[in-house]
Write a protein that binds this ligand. Structure first.
Ligand SMILES: NC(=O)c1ccc[n+]([C@@H]2O[C@H](COP(=O)([O-])OP(=O)(O)OC[C@H]3O[C@@H](n4cnc5c(N)ncnc54)[C@H](OP(=O)(O)O)[C@@H]3O)[C@@H](O)[C@H]2O)c1
Length: 315
C-alpha cells in the first residue's frame, strides 16, 4: 500500500506492507484521513506513536470502508462506512483498527468530512462534556476557535445550549467561526469578555494568567493544546479563591477501553447532530495522499478555518 511515512524526521509517501487485521480488528480501505497538530510534532521527532501503533506511519484519524474482518470482529460488515481515531497509521491506503474504536459514518457526511471528524470531535466532546461537564446556559470560551478542535467545540457548545465565545487570531477566519455559533473576539484582552464557566485552552501557556482571572467561581479550565507554550506561572491563591479546576488531557496514548468509551460518547452525543446537519465539519482544503508534504506544509503555515484532509486514491 501507499502510505505517508515519517522516518528519522523525513516526511515522504512510500510503499509499505499491507497491514493484517488481528483479533477484534477490521481492515479499513482509507478514503480520507485528517491532519492534526500531532502529525506536525511527529514530523519534528517530538511525538512518537504509542506502543501498538505503526511507528513510521502518521495519522490519528481516518474514514473508510471495511474490506476485511479479523478474527472475532462482529460489529461491522465488509462494505460498511466507518471512521475512528487511531494511535498512528491513519494516513495510508489501508489501516487496521479495533472495531470498538470505530463509529459508523452518518450518510450525510462526505468522505473528506468524515476523515476530519473523529480526532477533533472526540477531543472536544471529551474535554468539554465528559471532563468539563458543560451545562446549558453556561459560558464557554474556546481559545484557538478557527482550528479543528475549536470549530468542533464551538458547535457542540452551541447545540448544548451554552453561550460560546471564541478567540480567533486570523481576521479572515472570524466571520466563518461566528457562523458556527460563537461570539468571536481577538485573543488580546479576552479576559475583559469574561467571566466564563469553562475555558477550552487549545493555544497554550500564554493564556493561563488571564484564564484564571476570567474564570468564574466553580469554573473549569481544560488544557488540550500547548503550541504557544507549556510552562507558565499560576496564581494558586486566585485559583483557590475562584474554587476553580484546571485539568489536562490527551487522547492518543489512552488504552483501548478508554478510547472505546470516547467513541461511544461521540456516537451518542455528536453523530445525531452530524447526521441532521445541525453541526458540520468545516474543511479548509483537501490533498491527495501523494501530496502529503504540501498538506503538512499548509498545516504548519496556520491561518486555516477547520480541517485539512488527505484523500488516498481509492479508484
Ligand atoms: N490533548 C489532546 O488529546 C489533543 C487532541 C487534538 C488536538 N490537540 C492539540 O490541540 C491544539 C488544537 O488542535 P487543532 O486540531 O484545533 O489544531 P489547529 O487546527 O491547528 O488549530 C489551532 C488553532 O489555534 C490557533 N493558534 C495557535 N497558536 C496561537 C497563538 N499563539 N495565538 C492565538 N491563536 C493561536 C491557530 O491559529 P492560526 O491558524 O492563526 O495559527 C488555530 O486556529 C493543537 O495544539 C493540537 O496539537 C490535543
Amino acid at each position: 500500500m501507499r502510505a505517508v511515512t515519517i522516518i528519522d524526521k523525513v516526511l515522504a509517501v512510500s510503499d509499505m506492507p499491507d497491514p493484517v487485521p488481528g483479533t477484534g480488528e477490521v481492515l479499513v480501505r482509507v478514503h480520507a484521513a485528517g491532519l492534526n497538530g500531532a502529525d506536525m510534532m511527529q514530523r519534528k521527532g517530538s511525538y512518537p506513536a504509542p506502543p501498538g501503533s505503526p511507528p513510521d506511519i502518521p495519522g490519528l484519524e481516518l474514514a473508510g470502508e471495511v474490506v476485511e474482518l479479523g478474527p472475532a470482529a462482529t460489529r461491522f460488515a465488509v462494505g460498511d462506512r466507518v471512521m475512528g481515531i487511531v494511535g498512528g497509521g491513519g494516513q495510508a491506503e489501508l489501516c487496521t483498527v479495533h472495531e470498538r474504536i470505530l463509529m459508523p459514518v452518518p450518510e450525510r457526511l462526505s468522505w473528506s468530512e468524515a476523515g476530519g471528524t473523529p480526532e477533533v470531535f472526540t477531543t472536544a466532546n471529551d474535554a468539554v462534556f465528559t471532563q468539563g461537564g458543560l451545562l446549558a446556559g453556561e459560558r464557554l470560551l474556546v481559545h484557538g476557535g478557527a482550528g479543528g478542535v475549536g470549530t468542533a467545540a464551538i458547535q457542540l457548545g452551541r447545540v448544548a445550549g451554552a453561550r460560546v465565545t471564541a478567540t480567533v487570531r486570523n481576521p479572515e477566519a472570524r466571520a466563518g467561526v461566528a457562523q458556527l455559533g460563537a461570539t468571536v473576539i481577538e485573543p488580546e484582552g479576552f479576559a475583559e469578555h469574561g467571566p466564563f464557566d469553562l475555558i477550552l485552552e487549545l493555544v497554550g501557556a500564554i493564556n493561563l494568567a488571564d484564564n484564571v482571572k476570567s474564570i468564574d467561581f466553580n469554573g473549569r479550565i481544560s488544557i488540550i493544546g500547548t503550541s504557544a507554550g507549556a510552562v507558565s506561572e499560576l496564581n494558586l491563591g486566585l485559583l483557590m479563591h475562584k474554587r476553580a479546576r484546571i485539568y489536562g488531557s490527551t487522547l492518543r496514548a489512552r488504552p483501548l477501553e478508554q478510547k472505546a468509551m470516547t467513541a461511544r460518547a461521540v456516537e451518542r452525543s455528536v453523530l445525531p447532530a452530524l447526521a441532521t446537519g445541525e453541526i458540520v465539519v468545516p474543511i479548509a482544503e483537501t490533498f491527495e495522499l501523494e501530496d502529503a508534504i504540501a498538506a503538512y506544509d499548509r498545516f504548519a503555515t496556520g491561518g486555516k478555518l477547520g480541517k485539512l484532509v488527505l484523500l488516498p486514491d481509492v479508484s
